[in-house]
Design a protein around this ligand. Structure first.
Ligand SMILES: NCCCC(=O)N[C@@H](CCCN)C(=O)O
Length: 428
């Protein structure tokens, strides 16, 4: 028999490395074992698309899913009507690390699950299940106690459910938070920008458009000027700012001078600190259209602004390592890695809890927010990629739970990221 010449510290490290490998393997096997139920879950959500804060069926379906699984404590309608929470804890006493996985499940008007939030729900549920199964097999061998919190976060496409949940204290006590978003590539991070949505209403005066047009005040002219002003502004904007709008009400009939029109604009800048600069410029465009036409204008900002994402390199590196071990093919395309990918209310969460918002390929080259992407998000082909991402997230959580130094680095990087954000914000 060969004698062990390692130091006690080396032996401890190798034991913990072996435990980590064993538990990661258990993550994969348990997620694969639940693949049929997980597929059914996301398929059901996909089949019945519901808009922001109307996701009652998706909520009930997810609550039923976790209630049916053993060992979870489930809070339906957690703090908000269509939010939920499912919690599981290791049995012992002592320091407890609280790991969060987020599910989204709202859809887009007209084109259903064109952003694949049904798959985000599946990733969050699968990662929670996988991590729980792994930890159940390691009771007594873990350096810390663990709480897994799967949080159902409604209304990402509108309003910003995570911001409302933050206000309600739903993230309190969470140490780290994970989610993944469907895309057309695997990426640990894509630039997610700050955003504030605004509705502009013009009030004019109706009149017969042929008999006495001079008696009317044309609210459609104001809307058109507003749209044109914003398009003119675009030329003078920083290249990484984005403004895009639609006319939601444009009048009723050509022979009635429109007395009311309404536009909605999304205003975006790379960081939350820059948003007020853009908002001031946009407001001048909105108001000047009213002055020119003699209309009254109302400018109504959405309840919640979305923040940019604070990045935690340690989380991204661990996730990439786990993803690669499972065959994920992370994009190296600089265009993709530097281009803005939209906004998310997860950004606000990252200013409170360190987190990662990774992206995953779903087996299609379709672009998000198109009917083709809706089809892809419901296709069986997406399942392999969705579950693989869930495995990589749960494995990353294991890295943190079994390697306290990795968790310390996450906490340190979180502090540094916030300080850096404060410093750059004060320069704007
Ligand atoms: N990078 C994640 C993109 C998810 C997404 O498309 N979010 C919407 C949110 C809109 C909220 N008003 C977006 O348009 O960016």
């Amino acid at each position: 028999s060969s004698s062990n010449t390692n130091s006690p510290q080396e032996n401890k490290m190798s034991e913990s490395g072996e435990l980590l490998t064993e538990l990661k393997d258990r993550v994969s096997r348990s997620i694969d074992g639940a693949s049929a139920e997980l597929h059914e879950l996301s398929r059901d959500i996909w089949s019945c698309p519901e808009l922001a804060y109307q996701e009652s069926r998706a909520h009930d379906r997810l609550v039923a899913f976790f209630t049916h699984e053993q060992g979870w404590t489930v809070d339906a309608r957690f703090k908000l009507e269509t939010a939920f929470r499912a919690v599981w804890r290791t049995g012992g006493v002592g320091e407890c690390v609280n790991v969060g996985f987020l599910c989204e499940y709202d859809a887009l008007p007209g084109i259903g699950h064109a952003c694949g939030h049904n798959l985000i729900a599946e990733v969050g549920a699968a990662a929670g299940l996988g991590l729980k199964a792994a930890l159940e097999g390691a009771q007594g061998r873990l350096p810390v106690q663990v709480q897994i919190t799967v949080l159902g976060t409604p209304a990402e496409e509108d309003v910003g459910g995570k911001v409302d949940l933050l206000k309600e204290g739903a993230f309190q006590g969470m140490d780290v938070v994970f989610m993944a978003h469907p895309s057309k590539e695997d990426a640990t991070y894509l630039p997610c920008v700050a955003e504030h949505d605004v509705t502009i209403k013009y009030h004019g005066k109706a009149s017969h458009a042929s008999s006495y047009p001079w008696k009317g005040v044309n609210a459609l002219d104001a809307a058109v000027l507003c749209y044109t002003n914003m398009s003119v502004l675009r030329q003078q904007m920083r290249p990484d700012w984005r403004v895009h709008g639609v006319i939601k009400h444009g009048g009723l009939k050509p022979n009635i001078i429109p007395d009311y029109t309404e536009l909605e604009y999304y205003l975006r800048t790379p960081t939350r600190a820059e948003l007020p600069v853009l908002k001031e410029k946009a407001e001048r465009c909105f108001r000047s259209a009213a002055v020119a036409t003699g209309c009254e204008v109302e400018i109504q900002y959405a309840r919640n602004a979305f923040d940019n994402i604070l990045r935690i390199p340690e989380l991204e590196q661990l996730f990439e390592r786990n993803g690669k071990s499972l065959g994920m093919d992370f994009t190296t395309d600089e265009d993709v890695l530097t281009n803005e990918s939209g906004s998310t209310d997860f950004g606000n969460v990252t200013f409170v809890v360190p987190g990662i918002h990774s992206y995953f390929y779903i087996g299609s080259n379709a672009l998000n927010h198109t009917p083709e992407y809706t089809v892809a998000a419901g296709d069986d082909k997406a399942q392999f990629f969705t579950l693989r991402t869930a495995k990589a997230l749960a494995m990353t959580a294991l890295d943190l739970l079994l390697q306290p130094k990795a968790m310390q680095r996450v906490k340190q990087e979180f502090i540094e990221a916030k300080l850096k954000d404060e410093k750059t914000s004060s320069r704007i």
